[in-house]
Design a protein around this ligand. Structure first.
Ligand SMILES: C[C@@H](O)[C@H](NC(=O)OP(=O)(O)OC[C@H]1O[C@@H](n2cnc3c(N)ncnc32)[C@H](O)[C@@H]1O)C(=O)O
Ligand SMILES: Nc1ncnc2c1ncn2[C@@H]1O[C@H](COP(=O)(O)OP(=O)(O)OP(=O)(O)O)[C@@H](O)[C@H]1O
Ligand SMILES: [Fe+2]
Length: 567
């Protein structure tokens, strides 16, 4: 099968021919280059209306020269997300071409294409996918027939955040490569351990925020900080956040493969950080070659071929574009429906439980941030979990700049000790804190529970988590990372049992409804990412929250969920 793909969501007019038999891709692109500032939607649309027919023509001519008049078996196009006027040009061109050639039409989600190309090129079975593009930034994993959003930016896309700074400095678009070059130059001249320009580092569960980084970088520039230093720090902060959330997603799902996609993925420092993180966890990492990373029609043609082979084509009346098309709206027809990114986790957890039961013990653990060692009580007389301690060490992360890494490990250790105890005083079940060693970023905690909620997901426990979070929020604290892995469960078969919240390293004081709603959003995201039937446990969770908490927070949660971040 040979598929002609067309791309043009924002800046890159591109056409490609994918030949599935030889697995070869021919790409012809014509980028829009703004004279000044960022992308102007009207100029971009004008560019598309001129350039799309030209690139399509070039690829079609090459295809017919090589393979004759029946060279193309299907036409695939970017259906969204993107700029409406640009997408309309692409849709019109694709419909006309499919009509003329009398072949099926395939409507492709651009974001899913950014990650499927990585899966295709790597041959990975079931990776977590990090998309680092201009207008977007998110982590996706296939589960239950869809690509689930495991985490995403709460505001700007990563490329747009970088471009916002370069516009402020007066550099032309796109800013990413210029920031990369300036950062590399600054790095070559400085002491690698020297302090970074202080910028915000915002991670909430697997969600993250970039807007504060752009503003703080702009202020630093206005204050006269050398631009190379700001570029370096900007990259170190933004990319460490992306790497950290990727590691959290690997840890939550149990997956051991990561693929990277999107225009910012062309950045060497980002790829280096992700490679280092994966190597340290024993996970495989793949980033496709640059021509498949930035916007390009090659990825549209490759996914188009998979969709066409699965019979996933559209009729002309159903081929409308969608500027807000989210990746989790796409029914994944071209993969086995039961292939789940979380399957590895379930299997391992069950095995872990069995062996823990057999030995009467509990294996040492490795989370996304820390290693956890389970220690017997000082007198050595353990009865079940009674008296056991866990020693939690936030280990240095080699992918992160050493200064930033030290600061994060120290701050989170302090926050975890303080807020675990405060939450407990507010009546929320948490472990006792026995000891804190700040320089070593190590905590000694009471051992709680005999399994994670991830391995014991049921409505009774999620309702309890809802009540606990409501009480925590009532005390003016958010957890910051309330995933199913951060709830420990004990007993329960006979009636009594307990759900205990752990891992308060991202917790902080706040009375803002928005922050409280984010906690609920993170919890529900972690349930959706791994549960086979997520609705009942989520309903019970919300009912538990409503029982003990503020209804306004649940209203805000609906608003958070409804916000279209894909522009
Ligand atoms: C919806 C669609 O139109 C949109 N496309 C898009 O954002 O173009 P993409 O090619 O994936 O990414 C462009 C971004 O990638 C950044 N970029 C390019 N090279 C870079 C580099 N070496 N380092 C950092 N950023 C880089 C640019 O500054 C720009 O912000 C998207 O995928 O979100
Ligand atoms: N007090 C505790 N009692 C029992 N088990 C614990 C305790 N603290 C941690 N664990 C176990 O160790 C695992 C990792 O701990 P924790 O979540 O605190 O670290 P982390 O590195 O931040 O992990 P992640 O980022 O994956 O949530 C937990 O999922 C849990 O299984
Ligand atoms: Fe893109």
């Amino acid at each position: 099968m040979r598929v002609l793909g067309i791309e043009g969501t924002a800046w890159c007019a591109s056409a490609a021919l994918y030949d599935a038999e030889t697995d070869s891709v021919l790409i012809e692109s014509d980028p829009y280059e703004p004279d000044s500032g960022g992308i102007h939607p009207r100029e971009a649309a004008e560019h598309m209306s001129e350039a799309v027919p030209e690139v399509v023509d070039a690829v079609l001519t090459a295809a017919e020269e090589a393979h004759g008049p029946d060279a193309v078996d299907a036409v695939a196009f970017s259906k969204g997300p993107g700029l409406g006027p640009c997408l309309r040009t692409v849709g019109t061109a694709a419909r006309a071409l499919a009509g003329t050639l009398d072949v099926p039409l395939v409507g492709v989600n651009h974001m899913v294409a950014h990650l499927e190309i990585g899966r295709h090129r790597s041959g990975f079975e079931n990776p977590v996918c990090l998309n680092a593009s201009g207008a977007n930034a998110h982590l996706l994993g296939h589960h239950d027939g869809r690509y689930r959003v495991l985490g995403e930016t709460m505001d700007a896309g990563v490329g747009n955040a970088i471009d916002k700074f370069t516009r402020h400095v007066g550099w032309d678009h796109p800013g990413g490569p210029k920031v990369e070059a300036a950062a590399a130059e600054a790095a070559a001249e400085r002491d690698p351990d020297a302090d970074l320009v202080d910028l915000p580092y915002v991670v909430k569960g697997m969600d993250f925020s970039f807007s504060g980084i752009s503003s703080a970088a702009n202020h630093a520039y206005d204050d006269g900080v050398p631009v190379g230093e700001i570029c370096l720090s900007l990259q170190e902060h933004a990319f460490a956040m992306l790497t950290e959330v990727s590691e959290r997603a690997l840890s939550l799902t149990g997956a051991d493969e990561l693929v990277l996609g999107g225009g910012v993925a062309q950045n060497d420092r980002l790829r280096e950080m992700l490679g280092t993180m994966c190597a340290a966890r024993g996970a495989d990492f793949h980033a496709p070659e640059p021509r498949f990373l930035r916007d390009n029609a090659g990825m549209i043609a490759v996914l188009g071929a998979k969709m066409a082979a699965a019979g996933d084509t559209v009729s002309i009346p159903d081929s409308a574009i969608d500027p807000d098309f989210r990746p989790d709206q796409v029914p994944v027809t071209w993969r086995e429906g039961d292939a789940s990114v979380a399957r590895g986790r379930g299997d391992r957890e069950r095995e872990g439980e069995r062996s823990a039961g057999d030995s009467g013990g509990d294996a040492d653990r490795r989370g996304a941030e820390a290693t956890v060692e389970i220690a017997a009580p000082d007198d050595g007389n353990a009865i079940g979990n009674e008296g056991r301690r866990v020693i939690k060490r936030r280990i240095p992360k080699r992918y992160r700049h050493p200064e930033l890494d030290r600061a994060l490990r120290r701050d989170r250790t302090v926050a975890e000790a303080r807020l675990t105890s405060e939450a407990r005083r507010a009546g929320v079940p948490t472990p006792l804190v026995y000891d804190v060693d700040v320089p070593a970023a190590t905590l000694t905690l009471q051992h709680v529970g005999d399994r994670d909620l991830a391995a014991a997901l049921d409505e009774r426990w999620t309702a309890a988590v809802g009540r606990h979070l409501a009480r925590l929020h009532g005390a003016g604290i958010v957890h910051g990372d309330p995933t199913t892995r951060n709830v420990r469960i004990e007993g329960g078969e006979g009636g009594d049992g307990r759900a205990t919240l752990i891992d308060f390293g991202l917790a902080y004081h706040t009375g803002h409804v928005e922050d409280h709603a984010m906690d609920l959003h993170v919890f529900e995201g972690s349930v959706r990412a791994t549960a086979s039937d997520p609705d009942p446990p989520i309903e019970a969770f919300e009912a538990g929250y409503a029982e003990a908490g503020d209804g306004e927070v649940l209203d805000r949660l609906r608003e958070v969920e409804g916000r279209g971040r894909y522009r």
